[in-house]
Design a protein around this ligand. Structure first.
Ligand code: NOJ
Length: 732
C-alpha cells in the first residue's frame, strides 16, 4: 500500500489532533446491534438459540419487529472505526455522518465476509483451487470486489488462507486446500484481484487475509481448538500463503481464534508484530476475530477484559472486533502507563492508511448508477461464475466411460440435494439473490436433458423406497446427487465422521442394486471419506459447493459439453480415521511396505484414496521423456505430454521436488510449479517450467531459510502420486 507524501502528512496531522478517545474509536469494530422485537439482550438470545431454549421459529417471530441499530450517535462521537453493513443507502448515510458530523471527519471501513463472491457466488475456495487457474482466481476476486463495493462494502474478510490437512475441520471449505505452493499462488492472485484495480474507487477493496495463523491445524479437526505447530512447519507450510499475500500487497489481516503453542494468536506478539508486520512488512492493520479479545480470558491467557485488551494491543492487534474492550479500557490503560501512546498511534496510523488508500476520505459514497448496475446480475459475471464452477469440478472415477452421458439416454436424476438451490452455494454466502441460483435439477432442465427427477427422501431423513424403485425403473442411467448441505461445512461445522451424511450411502446402495449404471455427483464442502463409493459406484464426480451456477456447470460436465479439468486441492481419504492425510508429509524411518513393522494401519491401504493433484477427464494423457537440467540459477524441468484419447482436453501438468536428505526431514514431495496445456487428440507438447534454485531451500525451526547441498528428486505428472522422476545433485 503506497500513499503519497501528502496523504501520509494528512494522516500524521490527524493523529496529532485526535484525542485519545478518538484514536481508540478508530480501533473499534462494534458488534451488530439489533433492537426491538424482544426484551432480552441479543447475546442472551443467541445463547438461548444455541442451547435449545429458543427454537428457530420463536426467534424469527421475535425478530419480526426488530431492526439493526446502526449506532449513529457513536459514529458521530468518533467511537467507531469500522462496521459490518451491506446496503449502499445505509452506508452512504453512515459515511455522511462520519465525514460531516464527527469532529475529525474520518470515514468508516465497511467489512464483510465475502469469501467466494457477493451476488455472483462462485465455488468455495477449496473447489476453486481445484481449477489450478491463477487467472481465474484473480478474476473472480475482482468481480467480488466490484459487486460488493457497489453495496458499500470496502473491506473483505478474505481470502482465507488456512492450510487444512484434516477434512474433519469444517472450515476446510473456505481455504485453498492442503498445499502451501498452490495456496500461495491462490493468495497472491486473490490479492491482485481484490486490491489491484485501483484506477477507480469502485473497483477495489481492502483484503483481510485470515486467520493468522495456524488455525487449520486445530487438534482433531475440531473448530477453535488448540494448535501445536513446530517452527519449520509454521514457516514452510502455514505461513507460506500469508507471506505470498503480504508480498502481493495485502493491506490487512485477521488473527486466528486458536492458541498457537500456548499463546492465543490474538495476543501473540511474535505472530502479529514480529512476523506479520516486521518480517513480512505488512503496513496496514490487524483486526481480531469476532469476540476473540474477550476469549483470551476464557483461554486462560488474560486475567480479565482489561488485561486481554492490553495484551492484544501490545502484541500488535490494531482493531477489536465485537467486544468493545478497547473502547472501554484502552484509554485508561494508556493513562496509567500500561500501554504506550506510540502503540495506539501506530495502530491508528495503520487503520487511517487503509482508509486513505481506499479513497474513502475523498469519496466514500456509492453512486445510484453503480447500485443500478447490479440490480440484475451482469451477463459477464454470470459467465465467469459458470466458468469457475466448470473448472472446479473434479472427475474422480469413470468406469466404462459412463460419462459423458450419451445423447438419447433417459436419466433418473436422484437426490434431494439436486433440488435444494440454497445448498449449492456453500458456507459464507449471504448476498446472492434467490432467483440467481441454479440447482442441479434446474441445470438439467436448462441443458435440455431427457430426465425425470426423484428426490427419494430428504438428505438426513428416511429414504423413500417407492421413489427409489421408480427411479430405477425409469432411467437408462442414474445420476445421484449426494453430499452435504451448506450448513454442514464452514465455521463451527467440524464432523467426526466425514462419510456421506444420513442415509445417502444407503441410497447409493439401493440404486446400485437395480443394475443400471450409477453416477454419484458429490456436493460438499470438504474432502469426504469415499472408500465405499470408490469401490461400489462406477462414476464419481466431485462437484463441491459450486455457487449460483452449480446446476448449469454440473450438467455441462456430465453431458460432455465441457471437458472436466479440475485436479484435487486436497487428498481424499478412504475413511475418517485416516485424517489427517496429505501428500506432502515427511518420510518416516519405516515407510509403509508389506512388512508389518512399518508406518501404516493394519486395516487400510496406505495413502489417500485420491491424492492431491488427481483428476480425470474424457480423454487421457501420457507422460514421457522427463528431464531436469540444473542451470546457474534454476532447474529447468521438461516433460512431454501426449493426448492419447479421442477428445481435445486440458491437463494440469504438475512439477514436484524432494530434498532427499537435509538437516530437517523434508516432505516426500512438494509442488513447485504447474502449467495447463490444451491438446488435440494425438497431439503432444513439451511442457517446461523453471524452478529457481533459491526455491529449493526450507525454513528451519527458527525461521532461518537454508539452502543445503545434496541430492534432489524432481518429478512431473498428472497428480502427486503418479510421476516421472529425475535425480540431481545440487550445490548452491
Ligand atoms: C468469525 C470468523 O472466524 C471469521 O472468519 C469472520 O471473518 C468473522 N467471524 C466475522 O464474520
Amino acid at each position: 500500500m503506497k500513499l503519497t507524501k501528502e496523504q501520509e502528512n494528512r494522516i500524521e496531522e490527524l493523529i496529532r489532533e485526535m484525542t485519545l478517545e478518538e484514536k481508540v474509536g478508530q480501533m473499534n469494530l462494534p458488534s451488530i446491534s439489533i433492537v426491538g422485537g424482544f426484551n432480552i439482550p441479543f447475546s442472551e438470545m443467541i445463547e438461548m438459540m444455541h442451547d435449545g431454549r429458543l427454537t428457530k421459529e420463536q426467534v424469527s417471530e421475535m425478530m419480526k419487529d426488530s431492526h439493526q441499530d446502526y449506532q449513529e450517535d457513536d459514529i458521530r462521537a468518533g467511537r467507531i472505526g469500522a462496521m459490518m453493513v451491506t446496503d449502499a443507502s445505509v452506508v452512504n448515510r453512515l459515511q455522511e455522518i462520519a465525514l460531516k458530523e464527527s469532529r475529525r471527519g474520518i470515514p468508516l471501513l465497511i467489512g464483510l465476509d465475502v469469501i467466494h463472491g457477493f451476488y455472483s457466488v462462485y465455488p468455495i475456495a477449496l473447489a476453486e483451487a481445484c481449477s489450478f487457474d491463477e487467472e481465474l482466481f484473480e478474476q473472480t476476486a475482482a468481480m467480488a470486489a466490484r459487486e460488493s463495493r457497489s453495496a458499500g462494502v470496502n473491506w473483505h474478510f478474505a481470502p482465507m488462507l488456512d492450510i487444512a490437512r484434516d477434512a474433519r475441520w469444517g472450515r476446510c471449505s473456505e481455504g485453498p486446500g492442503e498445499d502451501p505452493y498452490l495456496a500461495s499462488v491462490f493468495a497472491a492472485a486473490k490479492i491482485r484481484g481484490l486490491q489491484g484495480n485501483t484506477d477507480s474507487y469502485e473497483n477495489y477493496v481492502a483484503a483481510c487475509v485470515k486467520h493468522f495463523a495456524g488455525y487449520g491445524a486445530c487438534e482433531g479437526g475440531r473448530d477453535y481448538n488448540t494448535t501445536a505447530i513446530p517452527g519449520h512447519l509454521m514457516y514452510n507450510v502455514y505461513l507460506a500463503p500469508f507471506e505470498a499475500a503480504v508480498k502481493s500487497g495485502a493491506v490487512t489481516a485477521m488473527a486466528a481464534f486458536n492458541d498457537l503453542n500456548g499463546t492465543p494468536c490474538t495476543v501473540n506478539r511474535k505472530l502479529l508484530r514480529e512476523t506479520l508486520k516486521e518480517r513480512f512488512g505488512m503496513n496496514g492493520f490487524v483486526v481480531s476475530d469476532a469476540n476473540a479479545i474477550r476469549e483470551c480470558v476464557v483461554h486462560g491467557a488474560a486475567e480479565n477484559d482489561a488485561d486481554a485488551g492490553i495484551k492484544a494491543v501490545t502484541a500488535g492487534m490494531d482493531m477489536d472486533m465485537n467486544t468493545a474492550i478497547y473502547l472501554d479500557h484502552l484509554a485508561q490503560a494508556v493513562n496509567e502507563g500500561k500501554v504506550g501512546m506510540d502503540i495506539v498511534d501506530d495502530a491508528v496510523r495503520r487503520i487511517l492508511r487503509v482508509k486513505m488508500w481506499l479513497g474513502l476520505f475523498d469519496d466514500p459514497y456509492i453512486k445510484a448508477e453503480t447500485v443500478e448496475r447490479y440490480k440484475a446480475l451482469p451477463d459477464e459475471n454470470r459467465a465467469l461464475t459458470r466458468r469457475a464452477a466448470e473448472e472446479s469440478i473434479v472427475l474422480l472415477k469413470n468406469d466404462n466411460d459412463i460419462l459423458p452421458l450419451k445423447p438419447g439416454q433417459k436419466i433418473s436424476l436422484v437426490g434431494a440435494l439436486a433440488d435444494m438451490p440454497a445448498d449449492t452455494v456453500g458456507a459464507w454466502a449471504a448476498s446472492f439473490r434467490k432467483e440467481d441460483l441454479v440447482s442441479v435439477r434446474q441445470g438439467f432442465e436448462n441443458g435440455g436433458a431427457e430426465f425425470k427427477y426423484f428426490a427419494c427422501g430428504e438428505p438426513e431423513e428416511e429414504l423413500n423406497y417407492d421413489e427409489i424403485q421408480e427411479a430405477c425403473a425409469y432411467g437408462d442411467v442414474i445420476v445421484a446427487v449426494v453430499g452435504e448441505k451448506t450448513a454442514m461445512s464452514g465455521e463451527a461445522s467440524s464432523r467426526s465422521d466425514i462419510t456421506l451424511p444420513g442415509e445417502q450411502r444407503k441410497l447409493l446402495e439401493e440404486l446400485s442394486a437395480c443394475g443400471k449404471p450409477v453416477v454419484a455427483v458429490l456436493m460438499n464442502g470438504r474432502a469426504l471419506a469415499l472408500g465405499w463409493e470408490a469401490e461400489n459406484i462406477p462414476a464419481v464426480v466431485e462437484a463441491w459447493h459450486l455457487g449460483i451456477e452449480t446446476g448449469n456447470a454440473v450438467y455441462s460436465i456430465l453431458s460432455g459439453r465441457v471437458m472436466p479439468q479440475g485436479k484435487l486441492s486436497v487428498s481424499i481419504p478412504r475413511v475418517t480415521g485416516q485424517c489427517p492425510v496429505y501428500y506432502n508429509h515427511p518420510n518416516t524411518g519405516r515407510p509403509a511396505s508389506r512388512s508389518k513393522f512399518t508406518s501404516k494401519y493394519i486395516d487400510l491401504p496406505n495413502g489417500a484414496l485420491y491424492p492431491f493433484g488427481y483428476g480425470l477427464t474424457y480423454t487421457s494423457f501420457e507422460y514421457a521423456g522427463f528431464e531436469a537440467t540444473v542451470g546457474d540459477d534454476a532447474v529447468t524441468c521438461t516433460v512431454t505430454v501426449k493426448n492419447t484419447g479421442s477428445r481435445k482436453g486440458t491437463e494440469t501438468v504438475q512439477f514436484y521436488s524432494r530434498d532427499v536428505a537435509a538437516s530437517i526431514v523434508r516432505p516426500v514431495k512438494e509442488l513447485k510449479a504447474f502449467k495447463k496445456v490444451q491438446l488435440d487428440p494425438g497431439e503432444e507438447a513439451a511442457v517446461s517450467v523453471s524452478i529457481g534454485l533459491d526455491r529449493l531451500g526450507f525454513y528451519d525451526n527458527d525461521g532461518e531459510y537454508r539452502l543445503e547441498d545434496g541430492t534432489f528428486l524432481f518429478y512431473a505428472g498428472g497428480d502427486s502420486e503418479n510421476c516421472l522422476s529425475a535425480e540431481k545433485y545440487i550445490a548452491f
